[in-house]
Design a protein. Structure first.
Length: 178
């Protein structure tokens, strides 16, 4: 039970929105972890813990990405080389930008999707700033700086963690009395 939040945080960070295989594997691991914790807490507190745990997974992955890019992200001046569009399933067109920059005497190229900053204001040939992870764990993002983890996201993740831990504690104490 003590490892449940750590396991959920690890699974949430391994859920990239672009890789469907890892997304399904992460979802399966999340369900297994939450069902095991539910069984250990009992039906009432287990349901509350599972709901908060599911939202914890949804919020913690992007929060960890923001934190890591804020801590070790490298900012580069870049040039938008190409813009392409794609059709989304239930809404308007999405955009991807091909960005080129040079660092360490080498020319680098990256595709940046609309969730990572390629919005309607970006045009081909524009100068842009790109934030990259030196260890290539995270995909590059367009943006002026790497602000890191926002206080609102930190409070949200902390609140979900505290609520989940309260349900775990209540469930374990209640089962021990019975």
């Amino acid at each position: 039970m003590l490892l449940t939040p750590a396991l959920l945080a690890a699974v949430s960070w391994l859920n990239p929105p672009d890789d469907m295989l890892l997304l399904f594997a992460g979802f399966a691991l999340t369900v297994i972890i939450l069902i095991a914790a539910w069984c250990m807490c009992g039906p009432g507190p287990g349901a509350g813990m599972a709901i908060l745990g599911f939202f914890f997974v949804l919020f913690t992955g992007p929060a960890l990405d923001d934190y890591v890019l804020g801590q070790r992200g490298t900012v580069h001046e870049a040039l938008v080389d190409d813009i392409s569009t794609y059709t989304r399933k239930h809404s308007s067109e999405g955009r991807t930008c091909s960005v080129v920059w040079s660092a360490s005497g080498e020319t680098h190229r990256a595709e940046v999707g609309d969730r990572r900053g390629c919005d309607e204001s970006v045009r081909q040939g524009d100068k842009a700033t790109i934030v990259t992870d030196p260890e290539d764990w995270l995909r590059p993002r367009l943006g002026g700086d790497a602000p890191g983890l926002s206080p609102g996201m930190a409070w949200t993740c902390g609140g979900l963690l505290a609520g989940m831990e309260a349900f775990i504690l209540y469930g374990r104490l209640r089962r021990r009395r019975a």
